[in-house]
Design a binder for this molecule. Structure first.
Ligand code: CP
Ligand code: NVA
Length: 308
């Protein structure tokens, strides 16, 4: 199976289209019959290290490891010696002697690359400033559940050109989807990630395009997706961003531009009245809690693929 060759999940670029298909197929299977996988990680220890806050990532990984028969270790950087200056490269070499994998949520994306290079266990990116691959595995599983396919579907992401936008571009490109990113000009995605996603899309029949008008970008879409205006670490910019992103709120009028059967996705946490109105996120087109649940199933499939 192609997925066997995956050593880490730092970005979705580690996956081929068929590896992604296998992973999401396994996730659907794990969701359908979780009891069949309850010994899948028997005897395996998974460290979960957080340098930023988390509700979904922390809980879904912790519960996921337990449901697979493994042992999760929740770690906060402020409690470890890295908080007092111990080099990350020493820390990961020590961790590699104790546990079978490390999931980490951190700031600079280079941190996960350093860990992958210095350690000898799989590293799972639980969010960096640049990528959130685990979230997009759940997002793609949700799209597939709703529409029966990902290929050819149009997902319009409205908002900041951040970690979510980057991982959606890559995951969508691998899926043969049409990904439209609508952001204020000063907050668009990173050019090199956009170019790589474009190259990938050319191999799958998908496309990745950048837009400045959210109304035009939403036209005829199957999925409307948004995320917070200010990500973790950008708290000081929050007020300025509310002003800059005022025209990029997902409201009922914007949803009207999409197909009538379109769904609304948000990685959560959400700010009602900022990036999305309450009537949309709490309305009939929103599947955000199915999406959040799918974090659990997708990550169980990921850990089985990396560790079993
Ligand atoms: N979507 C997501 O990663 O949520 P948390 O920040 O709560 O983990
Ligand atoms: N872009 C957000 C995603 C949170 C899940 C952040 O990085 O804070």
């Amino acid at each position: 199976m192609t997925t066997k060759t995956i050593n880490h999940l730092l970005t979705l670029e580690e996956l081929t289209p068929s590896a992604l298909d296998d992973l999401l197929g396994l996730a659907a299977e794990v969701k359908r019959q979780p009891e069949a996988f309850q010994s899948g990680l028997a005897g395996k220890k998974v460290a979960l290290l957080f340098e930023k806050a988390s509700t979904r990532t922390r809980m879904s990984f912790e519960v996921g490891v337990v449901e697979l028969g493994g042992y999760p270790l929740f770690l906060s950087s402020s409690d470890l010696q890295i908080g007092r200056g111990e080099p990350l490269t020493d820390t990961i070499q020590v961790m590699s002697r104790y546990v079978d994998a490390l999931m980490i949520r951190t700031y600079a994306h280079e941190t996960v690359e350093t860990l992958a290079a210095a350690g000898s266990i799989p590293i799972i990116n639980g969010l960096t400033d640049s990528h959130h691959p685990c979230q997009v595995l759940a997002d793609l599983l949700t799209v597939e559940e709703v529409f029966g396919t990902r290929t050819g579907k149009t997902l319009t992401y409205i908002g900041d050109g951040n970690n979510m936008a980057h991982s959606l571009m890559i995951g969508g490109a691998l899926s043969g989807m049409h990904i439209r990113i609508a952001s204020p000009e000063a907050y668009t995605v990173e050019t090199d990630i956009f170019e790589r996603a474009n190259e990938l899309a050319a191999t799958t029949g998908g496309s990745v395009t950048l837009w400045q008008d959210p109304v035009v970008a939403a036209s005829g879409a199957d999925v409307i997706y948004t995320d917070v205006f200010a990500s973790m670490g950008q708290e000081a910019e929050a007020a300025e961003r509310v002003t800059q992103f005022a025209a990029f709120q997902v409201d009922a009028a914007l949803m009207q531009q999409a197909k009538s059967e379109a769904i609304f996705l948000h990685c959560l946490p959400a700010h009602r009245g900022e990036e999305v109105t309450a009537d949309v996120i709490d309305g009939p087109q929103s599947v955000v809690f199915d999406q959040a649940e799918n974090r659990l199933h997708a990550q169980k499939a990921l850990m089985l693929t990396l560790l079993a």
